[in-house]
Every structure is written in C-alpha cells, then in structure tokens.
Design a protein around this ligand. Sequence first.
Ligand code: UDP
Length: 413
Amino acid sequence: MEPPMRIAMVSEHASPLAALGGEDAGGQNAHVAQLAAALALQGHDVRVYTRRDDAHAPVAVPAGPGVEVVHVPAGPPEPLPKDALPPFMPVFARWLVGHWRADGWLPTAVHAHFWMSGLAAVDAARPLNLPVVLTYHALGSVKRRHQGTRDTSPADRIDRERRLGRTVDRVVVQCRDEVDELVRLGVPPARLTLIPSGVDERRFHPDGPAAPRATGRPRVLSVGRLVERKGFADLVHAMRDIPDAECVIVGGPLGSELDAHPYARELRELAARLGLADRVTLVGGIATDAMPDWYRSADVLAAAPWYEPFGLTPIEAMACGVPVVGTAVGGLRDTVHNAVTGHLVPPRDPGALAAALRDLLAHPARRDAYALAARNRVVRRYSWRRAASDHAALYAAVRRPSTVTAQREAVVR
Ligand code: UDP
C-alpha cells in the first residue's frame, strides 16, 4: 500500500453528494464518491471539489472518514446544465489555487473527472507545479458520433479533450474501447493507464431484501438516467417478443414527477401503443442505498445503451448475482463476459435483445450459472479496493519530488 497522500479530486458538475438518476447525475457521481471513500480507507486524505450549485450549501462538508466535499463558488449558486459550465472553469481554477495556498493543503496529485474539470485542474495545478491525472468518463467524439446535431456539448469540446490528453501527466481509461477512442483522437498511448471503475461488492450482494414484485411474471430490470441513448425504447420494443415478462425501468426524477418528464411520457406512450402498458413500469429515480434491493428483485438486467463510456449498472447487477443482457458497446464489452455472465447483443437491435432475454428467461439453470460467474467476476476484478490501490499507485508514480518535500515540511511545522 502507498504511504498516505493528499488527493484533490475535481468533479465540477458531479458532486458525490448528489441524488443519482437525474439528467446530469449518475455514474460519475457514484464513481467519485466511491473512489474517494476507498482511497480514504487506505489512509489517504481526500478532498473533492465540486461547483457550488446551492447558495445555502456550506463550503466544506465531511463525507465520511477521510473525505471532505468542498463547494467551489464558480458561477451562480444554482443548478445549471453541465454544458453551460465551461465559462466558469477559469474562476474555479483561480479559487483552487487561492484555497490551496491559503490552507497550506498542497495536494500530492490533482485528479480531474470529466473534461471541464480537466481544464480547471490543469490551470490550478500549473502555478503550484502539481501533477494532474484525468478521467474523461465520457468523450465528446463518441457523443458527437451518436448524437450528431442533437449533441449540445460546446463546439470546442473534442479539441479541448485532445489537448488535455496531451497536457496532463496521466489519463485513466476505464475500458479498452476508450483506449481505441483516445488513440484515434491523438492522445499518446504511453499516457494512458487502464483502471476500470468499481462496485462496492459488500453492499451490492446477492443476499438481502428485494424490492416487491406485484406480478408473478419474470422481471427484466433496466436502470439508468432517463436519456435516449440508454436504449430504453429499444427495450420496450423488445418486450413485444417476450410475452410473459415484466419490464421495470429505474431512473430519472422521483416517481411522482415522471408525468412531467418528456422522455418518461414518451416511453409510457410507446408501451401503451405497443399494447404493453401493463408489462412496462417506470418507477422513477431510486435512492442509491435502495439500489441493491431493486437488482435483487430481477431475473435479468437489460442494459441496452447505444454507447456507454463504462456503465456501472451492469457490474452492480452482477455483484447482486443478476445476469446481464447488454449491448456490446464501451465498458460492457469488458465487464459482461459473453455466454459466461450474460449475453452481449448489437446496439439498437430490439430483435436481438428480445431473443437473448427470452432465451435466458427460459433457462433458469443457465441463469443460476451466469449469476454465480457474474458475482465472482465482480469480486475478482471490480472491487473498489483494487481500483483505489491502482489509483494510489498512479498518483505515487506522477508525484513531484518537490511536493513530497513541501508536504514533509508542512508536517514538521
Ligand atoms: N442510480 C441510482 N438511482 C437511480 C438510477 C441510477 O442510484 O434511480 C445509480 C446507479 O446505481 C449507478 C449510477 O446511478 O451507480 C449510474 O451509472 P452508470 O455508469 O450506469 O450510468 P451513467 O449515469 O454514468 O450514464
């Protein structure tokens, strides 16, 4: 294990304290929260810097032993869509420099999450000669390819991502697909380190309570932010060819607010049009703590994104002993072992999705075997303990000798 370090995480839009499942709050928030906690458990001092989006939020909030979330004043203290945040990154950076100088808390490494955090981190680290590690979480080039003119990202995102990749000390990639993307983008391969995200395998566990099931039908569960690219519409189409099963979709705003959510309404209308209103249920966003209960209530998880930078929900389901039928994109190509822990099917292909789900639902013994293999795979490969150790080794590898000296002096003083 690495000796204790000070780690500054910058996660401009994704606070580890946010409720998940909403438009801009999902995997990145969970990743930052869990990584910070796992690093702290290994003795490191972690601060997570996120944009202040609530005028009443205190500047610093303890978030478990060894972790502090710091709300950085940059832009109006109210929720803003993440695509509106780039103009506030220079202010974010200046605030960080002032804060580290004033506090004498000089980080060993600055770890930025998402490209905009990368901009702030690089600007803040430069005058203090601190190393910067970047995890993109999602890439503008991929989003542009899939969303075309509907992509609302700032026009210079792809170019900035390329430049960041060439500037920072190290880039953490989460799956092999991302390596290919970044090399194509022009980021030097030597700068990339593959560390998959993780799951808390003690919390996400096959044993424990399960969310209730109103019907006797087999349950196909799907979990995610209610955005088009998660492929929920493909799943609803697939349900036509899985006659006996129910489909439960978790994510989005609270259940009571789903009626006001355009995409939730669209999905419900689609289900009604296909004669599936009684077999497709949207339950809305669920508190993170209750997620294991929902996975445990399912016979199979369907994860049908068109693209997916990593995808936590498949490994959360696997940790709970639930096999996954997923699309062969992004992180799922690494996490789902085809015909061992579930099945991979082409994206945007409701027919293939239906066939794989139907097949698995018809074979309980195979489901049990996949469930066991899925749990084992997660425990072996995707524990936060492993992810934290790998990150700590990376921070130690990029740390500047001057920082070590400065920190030692600070301790002596
Ligand atoms: N999640 C949650 N409540 C919900 C929906 C999702 O807590 O109602 C969590 C889910 O358990 C997972 C994260 O949000 O940890 C989604 O991460 P993923 O990587 O699958 O997707 P992303 O949001 O990053 O696109």
